[in-house]
Structure formats: C-alpha cells, structure tokens
Design a protein around this ligand. Structure first.
Ligand code: PGA
Length: 249
C-alpha cells in the first residue's frame, strides 16, 4: 500500500498585494510543523518575495501558469524558468479559468507541463468537467481525455500532481457528493496506473479542488484516492487555510 503525503495547495488567483505576504507568516506561525505538504501559488508579482519568506518555513511556493517556451517574444508571459528563478518549486498548469478564458487546450497544457519539468518544477495539472458535461454523464470521458492529453510521458511522483476540479464547483460553494468525488479520483488513479505503471501511478498525488473549505477539508481529504486539495478562495486568509492544512494533516 503506497503512502502518499497529503498536499494543501492554495491558489490565490489574481489576489494579493505586498501586504498579503503577512498571511504566509501567520500561516506558518499557526502551523509550524504541518502534517502535510503546504504549497501557496500567489500571483507572479509576489513569487520572489514569498519564496524568500518561505525559505525557512515548511511552505512551498508555486506559480499559477507558465509559457510553454523557455524565452522569446511573448509579451506579458512568464516562462517556467522564470518561475523557477524566483525560488518557486511548483507551477499550476491548465487551470479551468485559463482553459476557459484563454482557450488553453490539452495539447498546450501538455507543452506547458513539459516546460515546467524542463525547469525542474513540479507541475500541478488541472482537469475537470463542466456542469453540462456532468449532467450529460460525460464526466469520466472528459476527465480521462484531459488526463491523457495534458500529461506528457515521463511523469513521476515528484514532477506531477493532478488536481481534479469540477468547473461548476469552483468558487460556487457547491461540491459533488463524496461518492462522486471518489468515483472520479479512483478513475484517475486507475488511469495513472494503467499509463505509468504501479509505482508511478500510485505515487502521483491527486488533489480535489472546488469549494474546499475548513469545514469539509478533513472529510474530503479522507476519501479514497484524494491526496489533498487545491484551494482557491479559502486559501487567501491564513485563518481559513490554516484550518484546511490542519484538516488535511
Ligand atoms: P475555490 O477555487 O476553492 O475558490 O472553489 C479552487 C480553484 O480554482 O483552484
């Protein structure tokens, strides 16, 4: 039986000015020795200062996106090397907000994942169905397709984390039933094992994301094949995120 260390990952999205960095100190003071891996993904403007502040704390820092190329004429973009250069160790790729707003395809997410690995970053690859897709019974087809299309060959338990985030659960306060979450996570695990073999397939952490809160984190974290959470809104305040970290520990 593989033991996978749980992860509490916070995705701050487009939130946080310099003063928000104090949340990291509060989090670390409240959870000095967390029983799970803690990752915070602030906006790019805070990556460097957060990575510096977190050097002594048990908190890893991640970007929210990266370009698929390592450098070049891509105004406004940030390469995986640049994310790594800030001291960050992780990067989210393929978040549904980017897939929806910028039309990011599985092929692009796959290229970004390759770029992340090339820069030595762990990629947190997001997948998940829309409400229409769930209601039409297509959830596993969609999730299976995104998983196959968004992850390059060469995955390992160290370089890849998968985040299952039902699009309709993000920022809405709605979550699937626990049975529905387990169904998808068991399916993702089976697909990872089928593609990458027992050792790698069982080592990759699969996070749940979408309205994870202090009052449901421990229960969701205890479900089969759920290895933690990718948390948006509730990660912004140390008081809430600290409870989620404790719930997942
Ligand atoms: P939420 O966002 O926790 O605010 O629902 C999750 C995410 O988008 O990663």
């Amino acid at each position: 039986m593989t033991t996978r260390r749980k992860i509490a990952a916070g995705n701050w999205k487009m939130n946080g000015l310099q003063q928000a960095l104090t949340e990291v100190e509060a989090l670390s003071a409240a959870n000095p020795a967390p029983g799970c891996e803690v990752i915070i993904c602030p906006p790019a403007t805070l990556l460097r200062s957060m990575a510096k502040r977190c050097a002594e704390a048990a908190i890893n820092v991640g970007g929210q996106d990266c370009h698929q190329n390592s450098a070049g004429a891509h105004t406004g973009d940030i390469s995986a090397e640049m994310v790594a250069d800030t001291g960050a160790t992780h990067v989210i790729v393929g978040h549904s907000e980017r897939r929806e707003t910028y039309g990011e395809t599985d092929a692009l997410v796959r290229a970004k994942t390759t770029a992340a690995w090339g820069a030595g970053l762990t990629a947190i690859v997001c997948i998940g169905e829309t409400l229409d897709q769930r209601e039409s019974g297509a959830t596993l087809d969609i999730v299976g397709g995104q998983l196959a299309g968004s992850i390059p060959d060469g995955a390992s338990g160290e370089n890849l984390v998968v985040a299952y985030e039902p699009v309709w659960a993000i920022g809405t306060g709605k979550i699937p039933t626990y049975g529905e979450i387990e169904e998808v996570h068991d399916f993702i695990r089976a697909r990872l094992v089928r593609r990458f073999g027992d050792t790698t397939g069982n080592a990759v952490r699969v996070l749940y994301g979408g309205s994870m809160k202090p009052d449901n984190a421990a229960e969701i974290g205890a479900l089969s094949n759920v290895d933690g959470g990718l948390v948006g809104g509730a990660s912004l305040k140390a008081a809430d995120f600290g409870k989620i970290v404790a719930g997942l520990s």
